[in-house]
Design a binder for this molecule. Structure first.
Ligand code: NI
Length: 188
């Protein structure tokens, strides 16, 4: 197991759709192990393969809800069905989102309250989870990564501009930048 470098916005692998996983082989098992360790150390509640520079449609997640129930898993070649977005003003505290590939920044973004994730697990079996609330947000965020979409790409005025300014100020948005959890103290 090793901690992987997390690529920062501007790296092309983050901005294009990822390729399907065809075989769950040792390469994938090791990648997933590494991704869990990297996510834990970062720390984060979700991590998609493109964020560690791997052009593959899989993500990992690990989140504990208010009732101490843990949701931890791997989603390989997932599909996501979402309820329509709720209408009404954004809550700039309750709807704050962040991303390990835009480290240290958070911006409010509207997400669907309920989604259905269907994916393959490491044993090669398909599973379905209906998720609400924050878990639904995690799934939407990670699924977006597999489409080549970052949450900052979905921000609305004025947060879209604030995010662009933050990316410019950090001199991100160009290829080749990454950070290593445990060595660089940035957080998602
Ligand atoms: Ni992210």
């Amino acid at each position: 197991m090793r901690i992987r470098e997390i690529v920062i916005t501007g790296n092309p692998v983050l901005h294009r759709p990822a390729s399907p996983v065809h075989h769950i082989d040792d390469y994938i098992l090791e990648l997933v192990d590494d991704m869990f360790a990297t996510m834990e150390l970062a720390p984060g509640v979700g991590l998609a393969a493109p964020q560690v520079g791997e052009d593959l449609t899989l993500f990992v997640y690990d989140w504990v809800d208010d009732n101490n129930r843990q949701y931890r898993g791997v989603a390989i070649n997932p599909t996501l069905v979402m309820d329509p977005l709720p209408i009404g003003p954004l809550d700039d505290e309750e709807e704050l989102e962040g991303c390990l590939s835009v480290p240290g920044e958070r911006f409010p973004l509207r997400r669907s309250d309920r989604v259905i994730l269907t994916a393959t697990n490491l044993q090669g079996n398909e599973y379905t989870i209906e998720a609400t609330g924050w878990l639904a947000r995690i799934f939407q965020h990670e699924y977006d990564h597999l489409l080549g979409v970052l949450y900052v790409d979905r921000l609305t005025h004025p947060y879209d501009r604030e995010a662009r300014d933050a990316v410019d100020a950090s001199e991100w948005g160009v290829p080749g930048l990454s950070w290593l959890p445990g060595r660089d103290h940035l957080e998602g």
